[in-house]
Design a protein around this ligand. Structure first.
Ligand code: ARG
Length: 498
């Protein structure tokens, strides 16, 4: 019979204090144990044990003297470190055994009114919230880099692409801000996920509550949670918060992979040069400068998507309430959060330190008759139906070469107008205006709709990005302050009692 109460009848003084000898050997022992992976929740479990013990004492469930001894033992266990824990099925069992070794049988009172089920669910959330905040902080660093470099390149013309073909000229600032906007949504998704992660399951016990008069709000407060997960069965068994965090990380990683891919292509075309700090050399070809950091950033997305999928797959169809499958759900989410955080910081560094090659970009911006849409817009503004204007310009596109200056190109558009309309282009628009819209910089300057690439529009986008960055940084800081204040309160309570 599964028993996670720590009170097996067959406990044996020579075996682990919590389990007796039921699982002391046999081929399944290693398979059952999560002790090594639980290093990630060692600190979390100590905090959970402390908060639970303080609450048990406050509620008169465990007397003050025993609570003090348990808390002192936990200090000692912490000082020794995860590596010194006795054997156990998991960190919860091992810490409890270590406490009992130090305190004697009274140490077993620590596990009153709880189960490993609510305990582990609490530890996972306690740990994961830090990871989620760290990823969110990295998105702020990246957004700052994107907006700062954008401010330096409001007028730097570059080609914009669709289907990887030159489509319309834009600016480096407009391009970078496209990612700033996307990453800002990643920040929001992470902070949203955080708010659902940061709820306490503690006090749910195995899933069915407890007869003891526990104060769930008090342990939630001591652990910095914003409240409790009320239904005890939901609290002990749900892991949707893991899927949500993994998905938020995977969505960010997917955004990063697009940015990385673009920068790899741009470096390849000579549009930008990566700083040596973010490039790598070939071990055999001395002339090479490879964008390896960005390739690894792109690669992290694959792992992150796998993690999100894996988490959902593990959870799919699990019956209520607790099943041991859950033991495999969280460690890899902590790891992917760390990888995505790192990839985000690397992307930020690569963006902040890259050199954009303005001359090469300006030249490339006019390639592929990229100003064609501007000419069609001009004709439509002059009164031609847009579809007819499109036809004229499409006809001209077949004759225009990359090296053509605006004057030559205007003459070619005029020839196309004579074919399509049966009259000169200049019956509708002036030659000067046509030459102006054929110039990439003028083309960009004319597209000044909200959020467009014209310098004025981009300047407003940068200002909005800065305001949103400040708001998000404040939201992040206030969550961290809440956690720090709770950690301090818990520590005060513990110090008063040891
Ligand atoms: N290490 C376990 C986990 O991570 C703890 C819960 C064990 N509970 C049980 N009913 N066997 O899920």
């Amino acid at each position: 019979m599964t028993d996670d109460s720590g009170t097996d009848d067959d406990a044996d003084a020579s075996g682990p204090a919590v389990r007796g000898d039921r699982f002391s050997g046999g081929p399944a022992r290693g398979f059952l144990s999560s002790l090594a992976a639980d290093a990630a929740i060692f600190e979390a479990d100590l905090a959970v044990d402390r908060a639970h013990t303080v609450m048990l004492a406050e509620q008169g469930i465990v007397d003050d003297a025993v609570a003090g001894e348990i808390l002192a033992a936990l200090d000692d266990v912490e000082a020794a470190g995860h590596g010194e824990l006795p054997d156990g099925e998991d960190v919860h069992e091992a810490i409890e055994t270590a406490v009992i070794e130090r305190v004697g049988p009274d140490g077993g009172r620590m596990h009153t009114a709880r189960s490993r089920n609510d305990e582990v669910a609490t530890c996972i959330r306690y740990r994961l919230r830090e990871d989620v905040l760290a990823v969110a902080a990295a998105t702020l660093t990246l957004r700052e880099a994107l907006a700062t470099v954008a401010s330096d390149h409001v007028e730097t013309i570059m080609p914009g692409y669709t289907h990887l073909q030159p489509a319309q000229p834009t600016t480096v600032a407009h391009y970078l801000l496209s990612y700033e906007g996307a990453v800002a949504r990643d920040t929001s998704r992470l902070l949203d996920a955080y708010d659902r992660v940061n709820r306490s399951p503690l006090g749910a016990a195995a899933f069915a509550g407890t007869t003891f008069d526990v104060d769930r709000d008090r342990t939630a407060e001591l652990l910095g949670f914003d409240g409790i997960v009320r239904n005890s069965m939901d609290a002990a068994s749900s892991r949707d918060f893991l899927a949500e965090a993994a998905t938020a990380a995977a969505t960010l990683a997917t955004t990063l992979s697009g940015l990385a891919e673009d920068l790899i292509l741009f470096a390849n075309k000579g549009y930008l040069e990566l700083s040596d700090d973010y490039a790598s050399t070939s071990s055999i070809m001395p002339q090479k400068k490879n964008p390896d950091t960005l390739e690894l950033t792109r690669g992290v997305a694959g792992d992150a998507i796998g993690e999100a999928t894996g988490t959902l797959s593990l959870l799919k169809g699990l019956p209520r309430a607790y099943n041991r499958d859950l033991q495999r759900a969280h460690a890899s989410v902590f790891e992917i959060a760390n990888d995505v955080r790192e990839a985000t910081e690397i992307a930020a560094g690569a963006v902040a330190t890259a050199d954009w090659n303005e001359a090469t970009l300006a030249e490339a911006a006019g390639e592929g008759f990229s100003t064609a849409t501007g000419v069609a817009d001009l004709l439509a503004t002059a009164g031609l139906p847009f579809r007819t204007a499109h036809e004229v310009v499409a006809d001209a596109a077949a004759t225009i070469d990359d090296g053509d200056d605006p004057g030559t190109a205007a003459t070619k558009v005029d020839a196309a107008a004579r074919t399509v309309l049966g009259e000169s282009l200049f019956e509708h628009v002036s030659r000067d205006d046509v030459e102006r819209v054929l110039d990439p910089a003028a083309s960009v300057a004319s597209r000044d709709s909200a959020g467009g690439p014209a310098p004025d529009a981009v300047t407003k986008t940068i200002a909005a990005a800065k305001r949103r960055h400040e708001d998000d940084a404040a939201a992040l800081a206030s969550r961290r302050e809440t956690l720090a204040a709770a950690a301090e309160e818990l520590d005060d309570e513990v110090r008063r009692r040891v």
